[in-house]
Design a protein around this ligand. Structure first.
Ligand code: SAM
Length: 402
């Protein structure tokens, strides 16, 4: 067999693994290449296929004679990743795309290698004669490669055509990374690898944190000496921002042992290993009212588990996992955590509720506070993805106990 580029071989392997376990994260499957350039290309291809899946399927579909008949999964993925490279990546020679596609197909499903070759060559011929697939009539589902169920939800939530398109466009745009310095300032990170190798990063002067998350942490009223409880804290971004803002006594909890391990690693890098003002605890936040005495915290941060619909730009696979019924499940979980959390706030203390989702269902938990006269709403913010430059979508509200 002719040699296939390691990047394309890994991209196919990762996409197949992801399709077999759609709950997994793409990154989990993108490992094992010694050359970082190959790994980067594999990552770009996988991300691109997930972001443009429906559109790519439409392009491939144009060349399938037996419409409606499913191709074997490896063959479909080989076609999608090849068409993605041809339409979206510059600098990759067409002959390399086709030859690797045919070789990969010979390895996985040899009977389809002529078909793959023919489709890619016919597409090339059409492109050379001026065919532009983006100019074809496309539905929103095809143009922005989102499942119909998700588009229907966005329509239902926003009821605004321009906003719907803004969200879909934002989800498919290239994500930017941001850094936060210990003094609370932030900056865009243009080269993640260089930052990770920098002394400032190694010495814990900076950490990665998206602007939306920074805005949530900045909304928390903290002052020196405050007792702060972060109920869903891992991997620790918002807790770290709070620690930088005031000399607080922090209790950071999370349900997940694995994520708590990441939190501990992040805390250690930022110079908080074994800090006397920090307690880390594994806890199901639904039982938080049994784990701590009532009214024992000046601030409770509830950065609740949620659908993460506001972060699809950074997690393209999320859209394909979306199921409408998950929203009700998250809403029930959020309510039961908030029910426990509200008992822990001291008089005049605060509760900050946040989700990285713009779905109405995921802010319903706060009705528990809205309908209770002991609570005053101090501040509330809903941001749709892309509404504010470089911000994910999300919701937070800050409440004070009378
Ligand atoms: C949005 S993330 C938190 C992000 C974190 N606050 C930060 O800024 O880095 C939500 C977290 O909730 C945790 N979680 C999910 N269910 C939970 C539960 N029942 N009790 C406590 N934590 C839970 C997840 O493990 C996850 O780490």
């Amino acid at each position: 067999m002719a040699k296939v580029s390691p990047a394309r071989a890994l991209a196919l392997k990762a996409l197949l693994a992801w399709r077999q376990d759609p709950e997994s994260h793409l990154e989990q499957h993108l490992k094992g290449l010694p050359d970082p350039k190959d790994l980067d290309l594999a990552y770009t291809i996988c991300r691109g296929v997930l972001k443009e899946k429906t559109f790519l399927q439409k392009v491939v579909g144009r060349y399938l004679v037996r419409k409606g008949k499913n191709l074997p999964l490896p063959v479909e993925l080989i076609l999608l990743l090849s068409v993605y490279q041809r339409l979206f990546l510059e600098k990759i020679p067409q002959y390399a795309i086709v030859s690797d596609a045919v070789e990969l197909c010979k390895e996985k499903k040899p009977a389809f290698s002529n078909l793959v070759n023919a489709i890619l060559r016919n597409l090339e011929r059409d492109l050379e004669s001026g065919f532009d697939p983006t100019k074809e009539p496309l539905s929103l589902e095809e143009r922005y490669s989102h499942p119909k169920e998700l588009i229907d939800l966005i329509k239902e939530e926003t009821k605004d055509e321009a906003l719907i398109e803004q969200i879909l466009k934002w989800d498919n745009a290239k994500p930017k990374a941001f850094l936060r310095r210990k003094n609370g300032s932030h900056e865009e990170c243009l080269d993640v690898k260089a930052v990770v190798q920098s002394d400032d990063f190694k010495n814990g002067k900076i950490y990665f944190m998206q602007l939306w998350s920074q805005s949530v942490a900045n909304a928390a009223p903290v002052k020196d000496g405050d007792q702060v409880l972060d109920l869903c804290a891992a991997p620790g971004g918002k807790s770290l921002a709070l620690l930088d803002r005031a000399k607080i006594k922090l209790t950071a909890c999370d349900f997940s042992e694995t994520r708590l391990a990441q939190l501990k690693e992040n805390f250690a890098r930022l110079g908080y290993a074994n800090a006397p003002n920090i307690t880390i605890k594994q806890l199901d936040a639904r039982n938080a009212d049994q784990a701590f005495p009532p009214a024992s915290f000046d601030l409770v941060l509830l950065d609740a588990p949620c659908s993460s619909l506001g972060t699809i730009q950074r997690n393209p696979e999320l859209r394909w996992r979306f199921k409408l019924e998950q929203l009700a499940e998250y809403a029930a979980l959020q309510k039961s955590i908030l029910q426990a959390a509200k008992t822990l706030v001291a008089p005049q203390g605060y509760l900050l509720y946040a989700v990285c989702s713009f779905a109405k269902a995921e802010r319903e938990a706060t009705d528990l506070l809205r309908q209770d006269k002991t609570w005053t709403l101090v501040k509330e913010k809903l941001t749709y993805p892309g509404e504010q430059d470089s911000f994910d979508g999300g919701y937070y509200s800050l409440w004070q106990k009378n």
